[in-house]
Ligand binder design. Structure first.
Ligand code: AMP
Length: 214
């Protein structure tokens, strides 16, 4: 099962990706998480990536593509994976397709979690991320049972710099320009499935599970 999650920033694709990964026992590979781990560990890559991320811009392909595609060659990915946040541009999608073709593989589904822009900004201002393990919550839709602290590791929850309203607007316009064309790209390959991302997260998940089990 090789799945790409699509959707605007804040559409809930990360949450869904984690739920799919847990249910179907495949790894959740998030390019954003890989960058955030690098930032946390103070690596050179992390420092470079942060400059773009904090402005709501995409990290350049030369810092992104090999890093993510290499991750897919790890042993834990041999039965599949849920890709979250990658590809984000047509060139990234083409490079991924070419890398898969080389090893005789292909993507099974591209799942678009569809949420209108109006809902996104409100949603993202309520998002909270753990400074320790990166787990994400929402103050209204998915609050931590431990209040301002993470349920998983107990560390503090914060509003990520890239979830601040001015950055969200920038990320949305970057999404429309560079990432939304992937919807047509995967529709053309016949693997696009869309779900209504404005529903409750369990209903979104049920819709995705119905697609995967059809
Ligand atoms: P995410 O957690 O997926 O929303 O990603 C957070 C940020 O990391 C994005 O706003 C980008 O700056 C950067 N990023 C993540 N994935 C990619 C990608 N595939 N290509 C370029 N930049 C990315």
């Amino acid at each position: 099962m090789k799945i790409v999650m699509l959707g605007a920033p804040g559409a809930g694709k990360g949450t869904q990706a984690k739920m799919i990964a847990a249910k179907y026992q495949v790894p959740h590979v998030s390019s954003g998480d890989i960058f955030r781990a690098n930032i946390k560990n103070g690596t050179e890559l992390g420092k470079k990536a942060k400059e773009y991320m904090d402005q709501g811009l995409l990290v350049p392909d030369e810092l992104t593509v090999d890093l993510v595609i290499d991750r897919l060659s790890w042993e834990d990915c041999k039965n599949g994976y849920i890709l979250d946040g990658f590809p984000r541009t047509i060139p990234q999608a083409k490079t991924l397709d070419a890398a898969l073709e080389k090893i005789g593989e292909h993507l099974d589904y591209a799942i678009d979690v569809d949420v209108p822009d109006e809902n996104i900004v409100t949603r993202m201002s309520g998002r909270r991320a753990c400074v320790g393990c990166g787990a994400t919550y929402h103050i209204v839709y998915n609050p931590s049972k431990k209040g301002e602290n993470c349920e998983v590791c107990g560390e503090q929850l914060i509003l990520r710099d890239d979830d601040k309203p001015e950055t969200v607007q920038k990320r949305l316009s970057v999404y429309h320009e560079q990432t939304q064309p992937l919807i047509d790209y995967y529709a053309g390959q016949g693997i696009l499935k869309s779900v209504d991302g404005t529903q409750d997260m369990n209903d979104v998940f049920a819709a995705i599970a119905a697609i995967l089990e059809a």
